[in-house]
Ligand binder design. Sequence first.
Ligand code: SF4
Length: 92
Amino acid sequence: MAKIRIVYNAKGCIGSGHCVLSDPYDFTLDENFHAVMKEGREMGGLNGGVWVKECETEETHLAINAARTCTPRVITVFQQVEENGRQTWRRL
Ligand code: SF4
C-alpha cells in the first residue's frame, strides 16, 4: 500500500476529461466539463484553486495516468517515501 498525494491546479484545467477516464476514483467533471477532485481540499490564500488529496492506495497507476494524460499538466502525483530515516514526498 502506498501513500500518495495528488495536487490539482484547477485554474489550468481545459476540460479535456482525460483525468476522469484514467482515474475516475479521484476525478469527476462538473457541469462545465472541468475536472473536480473527489474528496480533495482546496488550499487557501495565493494557492486558491489548487486542490490536494492524500490517500493510501495499491492503484497508484491510476493517478499517475491521470497526470500523464493531462495536456496542460495541472495534475501532479507524489508518493511518501522514507529517506535517511524521515518521511518525505517523491514525485512520481
Ligand atoms: S486531464 Fe487535465 S485538463 Fe483535462 S479535465 Fe483533467 S485536469 Fe482538466
